[in-house]
Design a protein around this ligand. Structure first.
Ligand code: PLP
Length: 358
């Protein structure tokens, strides 16, 4: 059976062309800075994101913890959203590895945290308090439904941080989705942050890898931290070649994923028993490639139907999607490189028939 995999944009498989680029990659020992493909990838990304330097890392989680380790130390504090990936899904690494205290503020449904709340949360210089060292933003915002932080918002947070001597790290796992949806250069979204992590292995379709960008000085220290967390990767140009390929070929086409996601959301909203919206908020239209929705079993005369049951029924119809979030009725579907417009129509038919008790 042809499976339509909407669990995540991490599930994409490298195409023949991408594999070809990997086979032909020139490699060297990257721990000695001698891998030409890695060096090329890092230079390319630094330029695209408007930073002096860049470091190739194994994953988004590694990029974020390396950034956190580089910006702060034991007993320091970072301010971040209560729905942020770094707070929810990175194994408590900030506390466990960096000894950094997380000061969470509620995310608004659009993925922002109010600038005034950030300002209020910054600690005064007093022996009783931890030192606020870092503010983390996320763009696009996963748990808020793939919402987009605007350049104006990022600039406002950056300005506040600079005025207080605090660094800003941007978890930009899906930053290119944000840039494409806004129709702007990605560096407009990174100009006010000190460091940014982007994933190659999500919508861009590479099998492995993320990039961490910042000043030359920041990246020099980050490289030491990457080594400490086990990220010195030798002839890693084999993998970096897929990253180069993905930056060259797979950015503009993200618009297609967004179009497919909008169509999916429209179809979901038209089905009785399903309502689009992350965290129960139905005010944010789907703008990028993440479609969150809620299942109302009672509305279709089947109170036992929740996200888990729906997911099981979809699987028997060849569609993969997972419950996601704290609400047992919430599900997420993600569009990506390996999902076509036709797949979306089929997924909607599968959803429709899954809502009927058989
Ligand atoms: C996926 C993701 C990460 C982590 O990336 P991995 O490569 O899975 O470790 C970080 N932040 C956000 C917002 C993500 O969606």
């Amino acid at each position: 059976m042809h499976l339509i995999d909407l669990r995540s944009d991490t599930v994409t498989k490298p195409t023949q062309e991408m594999r070809q680029a990997m086979v032909q990659a020139k490699v060297g020992d990257d721990v000695y800075d001698e891998d030409p493909t890695v060096n090329h990838l890092q230079e390319m990304a630094a330029q695209m994101l408007g930073k002096e330097a860049c470091l190739f890392v194994a994953s988004g989680t590694m990029g974020n913890i390396v950034a956190i380790l580089t910006h702060g130390g034991r007993g320091d504090e970072m301010i971040l959203g209560s729905l942020s990936h770094t707070f929810l899904y990175e194994g408590g690494a900030a506390a466990g590895l960096a000894g950094i205290h997380s000061h969470t503020l509620s995310n608004r449904p659009d993925g922002t945290i109010p600038v005034e709340a950030v300002e209020e949360a910054i600690r005064a210089d007093n022996v009783h308090f931890p030192r606020t060292r870092l503010i983390c933003l996320e763009n696009t915002h996963n748990r808020c439904g793939g919402t987009i932080l605007t350049p104006e918002y990022c600039d406002a947070v950056g300005q506040l941080a600079r005025s207080r001597g605090i660094a800003v790290h941007l978890d930009g796992a899906r930053l290119f989705n944000a840039a494409i949806a806004l129709g702007i250069e990605p560096l407009k979204l990174t100009r006010s942050v000190d460091s940014v992590m982007v994933c190659l292995s999500k919508g861009l379709g590479a099998p492995v890898g993320s990039l961490l960008c910042g000043s030359r000085k920041f990246i020099l220290k980050a490289k030491r931290m990457r080594k400490i967390v086990g990220g010195g990767m030798r002839q890693v140009g084999i993998i970096a070649a897929a990253g180069v390929y993905s930056l060259e070929h797979n950015i503009d086409r993200l618009a297609e994923d967004h179009k497919n996601a909008s169509r999916l959301a429209e179809g979901i909203d038209a089905l009785h028993g399903l309502t689009c919206g992350a965290e129960g908020d139905t005010t944010q239209p789907v703008k990028t490639n993440l479609v969150y929705f809620k299942v109302d079993g009672a509305a279709v005369g089947d109170p036992s139907l929740d996200a888990r049951v729906l997911s099981t029924r979809l699987r028997t119809r060849g569609v993969l999607a997972n419950p996601l979030g704290s609400d047992p009725n919430q599900m997420r579907m993600v569009t990506h490189l390996d999902v076509t417009a036709q797949d979306i129509e089929e997924a909607l038919l599968a959803l429709k028939s899954s809502l009927k008790k058989t």
